[in-house]
Design a protein around this ligand. Structure first.
Ligand code: ZN
Length: 702
């Protein structure tokens, strides 16, 4: 389920499965597209405007509103409350999945923090600086669910010294430390190595060609297994004649012990069993509070968590995808495989949400016309679906974020991931509007538009229609783009390997870009003006060719699939349109600007590229995928990169954002819950420490 954001967004996607994704988040996206509508200075000055509750490093923490919660029936409120508890109960899992040392490191740092925070105020300025650096490091670990950056996957570099670490640990009582990891000496040595040795586990996810991606990645999905061994293991397991294949390897760690390779399954009584049992406990409560359809869905999910049987997971998904009417819905499970270099293993994530009935009308209109879009798409007729099925789309309000969706979160989701279920039963696609709204609000007046957009008319268009355009592009990407097209006979979808995610995201993005400018959109009444697609086109190519580089460290390549996809599309169109000056790189006073001069021709180029990208996917043309991506999507011009980073730094905008969750409080009367109230805390550190205290169910070593 990815999200595609126009600007930003990252829909998350699976490498090998057909159309999926999540849309991760959107940090920037928002920044880009949404950022601008009013000139109040709520962002620049720090934590202000009410939306930003904390800022550190390259991150800001926002709050989000859960509009509509108060209007839910008590039954729905209870259902939501129990699901929210289930969503928080798997938090430890994602830490351990991201790196085997994360839980021990987090707990050690938290113990040091709590033992020293009252006493750190010293008259020595150096100590105070070190303390702030220590606190910042811990905030980053919480944000990333581990010691690696959530987006770049690089290990964090501490800005405090080992000596300072030693001085804090000396003042930390042993009984506060996670000694279930090992004796204190061993624990401290390991934690220090993880934090201070830059070469040790330096990347969470390494997908560079030519290296063993498993041995060089710090993620914890494989233990002692080489890439070749894992590939062989799954190649032998996969039954290509099975019309309803399970998602092989989705819910397990693959380990090698005494020469034998086998899966340790994540289930009750298995790996992560203690956390899964808590999740099951709350899902059971939710089941008791739900209607008959909700009960059936949850009981099916519970049966899967208890057994670890992936057939049961599919059964659950079939029931889940059919429920398009519940006001309160959820995601809970091992869902997305972006964190596994081989794309088998899924990270644990959760989200509970409320349907936004009014905004959903927009996506329903688009979805109802799905077949028209498919029939009129610029792709080769032989790769069009004769019948587009079950595209359900809605706009939702996130009510709680958990696991891999917290604190950084997608702005859209499209599930389930299994291709055969999508084909037979359709998928649910959502746009998470209160999250995008929070981004927009937090970004208002941050100076981004004035710095990067050359023409006043483009700024004006973006201020008027940027938010709508971004939402519509996400709708099209999620509701229709991923679900469009079909494979050539005999092709399964895994042929593009490490280039598969980028090609899939490009396909969905191009579908959205092509159609947002179609007269059909005005006919359907969802696009009020041509300015909507124009602002999307301008923002998209500017982001793809330039502004998104602000999220990449100088000297590094573009790695992430959504970023690659955007660069690929923008650069390809720039080159193809050069003779007609369709997209212009303008330089004024030493600053580079990306300007769209011919919107019609740009749309034609999007259509042309969509046709080719669909062909590549349908035919599994690995060489063509590699050529496109390596030519247009990976390398950044260092001069432009430096310029973007400098201009961005002067704006003082954090390129990433995440969220603090609301808190749901039951109101009791005579032992019964008679209402649930929602509160909006603003203390990021407080929430993290509270979660670590109340929702931490796994041992430090798993
Ligand atoms: Zn996507």
């Amino acid at each position: 389920m990815p999200v595609a954001k126009n600007c930003l967004a990252l829909c998350y996607r699976k490498n090998t499965k057909d159309m999926k994704n999540f849309i991760y988040l959107a940090f920037m996206s928002l920044i880009f597209s949404m950022t601008t509508s009013c000139k109040c200075d709520s962002h620049k000055g720090g934590v202000s405007g009410g939306w930003i509750v904390d800022r550190f490093d390259d991150v800001k923490i926002l709050r989000y509103n859960v509009d509509g919660f108060d209007r839910l029936s008590l039954g729905d409120k209870l259902y939501l409350y129990y699901l929210s508890q289930a969503a928080l109960s798997g938090r430890d899992v994602i830490y351990d999945q991201n790196c085997r040392y994360n839980l021990a490191v987090r707990r050690t740092l938290e113990a040091m923090y709590e033992a020293n925070r009252d006493g750190h105020k010293t008259d020595k300025e150096a100590d105070s600086t070190q303390w702030r650096a220590f606190e910042k490091y811990l905030k980053k670990v919480w944000f990333a669910n581990g010691v690696h950056h959530h987006y770049s996957n690089d290990k964090f570099a501490p800005e405090f010294g080992e000596k300072y670490f030693d001085s804090l640990i000396m003042l930390t009582p042993s009984n506060m430390l996670p000694l279930d990891y090992g004796a204190q000496g061993e624990l401290v040595r390991m934690v220090k190595r993880v934090i201070f040795d830059p070469a040790f586990l330096h990347s969470r996810l390494n997908q560079k060609a030519g290296v063993d991606m498993l041995l060089s990645s710090a993620c914890n999905y494989y233990d002692g297994v080489t890439q070749h061994e894992a590939e062989t293991f799954y190649a032998e397991m996969i039954d290509h004649n099975d019309p309803t294949p399970v998602s092989y390897g989705l819910n397990s760690r693959l380990v090698k012990e005494n020469g034998r390779i086998f899966e340790r399954t994540w289930k009750s009584g298995g790996l992560y069993g203690a956390a899964i049992d808590k999740i099951v406990y709350w899902l059971t409560k939710a089941s008791e509070a739900g209607n008959s359809q909700q009960k059936a869905i949850l009981n099916s999910l519970i049966a899967y968590y208890r057994s670890g049987d992936l057939r049961r997971f599919d059964q659950y998904n079939v029931l889940w995808v059919k429920d398009t009417v519940s006001r309160v819905d959820f995601v809970n499970g091992f869902i997305e495989d972006y964190g596994d270099p081989l794309g088998h293993k899924a990270s644990w994530e959760a989200m509970v949400n409320i349907k936004d009935e009014e905004a959903t009308r927009r996506t329903e209109i688009i979805s109802e016309a799905a077949q028209w879009f498919e029939d009129n798409s610029p792709i080769d007729a032989k790769y069009k679906k004769e019948k587009v099925k079950g595209v359900s789309a809605k706009v939702i309000t996130a009510a709680i974020l958990g696991g891999d969706c917290y604190p950084a979160t997608p702005i859209g989701i499209n599930l389930p991931n299994a291709d055969w279920i999508r084909k037979e039963y359709g998928s649910k696609s959502v746009t998470i509007q209160n999250i995008t709204h929070a981004y927009d609000e937090a970004a208002r007046g941050n100076g981004f538009n004035e710095e990067f957009i050359l023409r006043p008319e483009d700024i004006k268009r973006k201020e008027q229609y940027g938010q709508l355009a971004g939402n519509l592009h996400t709708d099209l990407h999620e509701c229709l783009g991923h679900g469009s097209g079909k494979m050539a006979l005999g092709k399964k979808g895994g042929e593009l390997k490490n280039y598969g995610s980028t090609i899939e995201e490009a396909r969905a993005d191009l579908f959205g870009l092509y159609y947002i400018a179609d007269p059909k959109m005005m006919e359907l009444g969802v696009v009020p003006s041509e300015d909507v697609y124009k602002t999307e086109y301008s923002s998209y190519v500017m982001n793809g060719m330039m502004t998104q580089f602000c999220r990449i460290r100088f000297g590094k390549d573009v790695e992430e699939a959504h970023m690659r996809n955007r660069k690929l599309i923008a650069e390809w169109c720039y080159e193809r349109g050069q003779a007609d000056n369709v997209i212009e790189k303008a330089v004024r006073d030493g600053k580079t600007y990306i300007v769209v001069n011919d919107f019609d021709k740009l749309r034609a180029l999007f259509g042309e590229l969509l046709r080719e990208v669909q062909r590549i996917k349908s035919e599994g043309d690995f060489d063509a995928a590699r050529h496109l991506i390596e030519t247009y999507a990976v390398k950044i011009d260092p001069t432009l990169h430096r310029e973007v980073l400098d201009r961005y730094a002067r704006l003082n905008i954090e390129p990433y954002a995440g969220f603090i969750n609301p808190v749901y409080k039951p109101v009791m009367e005579s032992g019964e819950i008679v209402d649930i109230l929602v509160e909006y805390p603003t203390d990021y550190i407080g929430q993290m420490l509270e979660y670590s205290k109340n929702y931490s169910f796994l041992p430090s070593k798993n």
